[in-house]
Design a protein around this ligand. Structure first.
Ligand code: HEC
Length: 182
């Protein structure tokens, strides 16, 4: 009897601590998120998503002042790539003449069925121009469900996009035409 109770107690404790560990695991920035994002960058390169020019336009914060948005399908999954340009006295004409000089970051959303049903199944990542993954102030890599459950960050802000899609584009007032890459 005693042994059984002992085993049951251990099992219950293990169960609770696994649950607690899962709850403590941040929803983004894990080694799995990072390797997935690195693989995705390679596929973006091959698809031309880091090189094909799109429609440059000016927009409000937090994304770079001048930006361009491209959309494509990779491995059957929808992907939206936003290039964010920053710099002193930046204009569309200046960026057009030298994109590399002004590129500050590349923010990406990829639809992964079943990945995050509560928040429309998007994988979020913020790359530096060289394809490395950018970090927040807490040194967490910005890849995965960024920052699920927090009042600020990709998910919280994009939750206000119309129709629960978490996608702002196609709202003609905010965006220039989006470039579809075949
Ligand atoms: C404070 C609000 C806010 C935050 C935080 C934010 N975004 Fe956005 N994002 C926007 C708005 C607004 C647009 C559309 C405006 C535009 O395209 O000019 C947008 C557009 C985009 C687009 C193009 C598709 C679309 O929805 O129009 C991508 C991709 C994107 N954001 C990725 C990200 C990623 C990745 C993060 C986190 C690293 C992030 N965003 C954080 C507000 C935000």
């Amino acid at each position: 009897m005693k042994t059984r109770l002992f085993i049951a107690t251990i099992a219950a404790t293990a169960f609770v601590s696994i649950g607690a560990m899962a709850a403590m695991m941040p929803p983004f920035g894990s080694s799995g998120d990072i390797s997935y994002a690195k693989g995705l960058w390679q596929k973006m390169e091959m698809k031309g998503l880091n090189s094909v020019p799109a429609n440059l336009y000016v927009g409000g914060p937090p994304h770079g002042k001048v930006r361009e948005v491209l959309e494509a399908t990779i491995d059957g999954k929808r992907i939206i790539v936003k290039r964010n340009y920053r710099g002193k006295d930046i204009t569309v004409a200046k960026v057009k003449a030298n994109r590399a000089k002004y590129l500050a970051s590349v923010t990406v959303m990829q639809k992964r069925k079943g990945y995050d049903p509560a928040d429309a199944d998007w994988f979020w990542v913020k790359y530096a121009p060289d394809g490395s993954i950018m970090k927040n102030k807490k040194q967490m890599s910005l890849a995965g469900k960024v920052a699920k459950g927090k009042p600020v960050g990709c998910i919280a802000c994009h939750a206000s996009a119309p129709g629960g899609s978490f996608v702002f584009n196609h709202s003609k007032s905010a965006n220039a035409a989006i470039m579809f890459v075949k």
